[in-house]
Design a protein around this ligand. Sequence first.
Ligand code: 9MR
Length: 441
Amino acid sequence: MKKTKIYLAFVLAVIFAGCSSDDNSAAAEKPVVINFEVSVSAGNGLRVIADNKSTGASGFEAYWQFTEGGEKVLDGPGPEYYLYDGPGEYQVTLTIEAPAKTYTDTKNITIDGEAGPDPQAKKALKEAATTFSVGMIVQANRLGGKHDEVISKDFNSITSEYEMKMNIMYPSEGNYNFDAADAIVDFAVSRGMDVHGHALIWHNATPSWVENFSGTDAEFEAMVEDYITTTVTRYKGKVRSWDVVNEAIEDGSNNLRNSVFKQKMGDDFIAKCFQFAKNADPDVLLFYNDYNLTFDSGKQNAMFAIVDDLKSQGLIDGVGAQMHISYNGPSSTQIQSVVDGTVSRDLLMHFSELDIRANPDNDLTTALTDSRAIEQQAKYKEVVEIYNAIPQDSKFALTVWGLRDNESWLLDFWGNPDWPLLYDSAFNTKKAHDGFLEGLE
Ligand code: 9MR
């Protein structure tokens, strides 16, 4: 009875919203004509492809809902994919949120085909990788549901994509906010996963009150010490490792970036931050993390100089080499060079932030082609092979920066279509996932 009522309410809501979307008078300035196409995948009778064909909607948020009352997912570039659990009658709804009003369109679809190859039949990454942790990023609002199912199967280490950074955890002076960080840490701990803390100090995630700090330099340093101590202490015993300082080296010059931390605490601000973290939790593993360390040998040298200084003071445990790379570079030799430098210093190697762009030159316009998917698979295999060959004492974790292609930060950052991750938008494993497993064979 209750179900029928909810269903009726939903149908009425759809009819009402549908009517309002026909009335273009309220959006006279910029009329949106909502429209989409749905088709069933040739390779998998349970997989639907939905393509947003609306006009006048650019710049507005659009969302899909593939089942009645189901999760709303943001419409990314290109078609959206959804995998149903079984045959049935379903409703696909597209919603476009314009400032003045919301437009919706709903189509009924019949799913009566058979499932394609079962992606879950493959070996889990975390089981295939027996000698290091396999990491994935999360956002607090995506915990639970299908993300939880997939992440729990393949990964055994969690990194927060953005909610364990200073701008989120310490948004205003004297007021910490650990709500999202707590949810993420609890999620991981309750599933027996490691947590890699990312990142205590990063010039790009510094709250404006810290950027514009009004006190003396000594007060600034005391504030940073309080922040690091409070945060590291809170997660003592739950967080295995922290990126203490992220991306401190300036592109081009390879000098230290002229961040507010350098300005107010001096050139040794990195060592000071590591010391604060170590004082708060002597057992937690401490990392320096940066990007472009593989193909930029000047930056790599600058990074190792920082690391050597920290090592001489007994403050650092490992190096995080972000692996935002492409299917066509850097070379295996370049990747190996950062590994060799780290291993020879007796430090832990973290391949942090792995994603492999399939479309760095923007030559693919609508879809990931089979041939490019195979090249991307080969690169995933190469990276994992290199990681897997690291001597055991220096192995730590390999963290993939995103679950589904449509969730990657790269889409916004480069503004190109791309498919850089292991799962497509319908949570199906890609060839890239096969490549990861092949690298472990
Ligand atoms: O992927 C992250 C994105 O969702 C956040 O908005 C952004 C700012 O917090 O950070 C992105 O992750 C970055 C990571 O923390 C450090 N290396 C570069 C990553 C991509 O910008």
